[in-house]
Design a protein around this ligand. Sequence first.
Ligand SMILES: [Zn+2]
Length: 294
Amino acid sequence: MGRPRKPSKTPPVTPGVGADWDIPRIAYLYRDSSSPDLEVDSVAGYIHETLGISCTVRGDFLVHHGAGDSESLARRIAATRVRNIMRPFDPMEPAYGEVQFELRLLEEPSKRVPAILYDAYRYTGVMRGLLPSGERSLRVLHIAFEHRILGTFDEDGRYHARAVVCGYPSVVSTSGIVEAPAKPEGYYRVKAQLSVALGAIPFDAAKEPFKGQFIDYDDPRLTEVAKGYALQATVYHITKDAFCDDPRCRLFNAHWQSELMRAQLESGGLCPRHRKIAAEISASARRRPVAARR
Ligand SMILES: [Zn+2]
């Protein structure tokens, strides 16, 4: 394996204090018009208050940046559909109906997509291609709220839906918040029993006994939860490290709805380490002269 490496002369960097942080001059947050209850202005206020970063709220990402050839955009989006959750992504020419379906969604962004999974990296790649060059830089952060469900193919050999995809741009999926973290175990049992009894999947009937124990569509708690996920995307952009091991920290990577609710609603705060990191980010963001923030 070659010669042993010489010991490095560079002094160790204190973890958390980032000389290599990318603090954006501005964060653009994009509305999801299919989630009228989601108050994006309030999320922007939270990011500004917590990290000192200037935030501007815009309309839906695909409407804001996607003007022009919608047929071609619809085709590119349809091509990111996951066709088999048990296999890595296999690029395929989308069918005519799938392109028309995406075209209708682009025309009516307030419609919500039914259970379709899109490959997170390919989908955000399509979004990235729409950004004007002046805004495609680490100095500009983009966080899009979006109703499509994005998934990543993981080491366990299958796709998993994500509540947040930290990338460029980052996406917080309003449907992913509902679908990605697992619901109470009893829910899946009741759903399976009812499916056998009724011969169909009765989502609403299965949800009934567990109401309140998970975030549902049009949930009044969505804005509060979205703040935590937008914070994860922002901290990832700056430090390249989004998640925390402390289950009471808003940066905790929740796999269960109960964990999501504990981190985002019951605690609603940061662990001591992330409080310190947030204060440091905030201090450097606010120290910047006004001209440099533009
Ligand atoms: Zn933390």
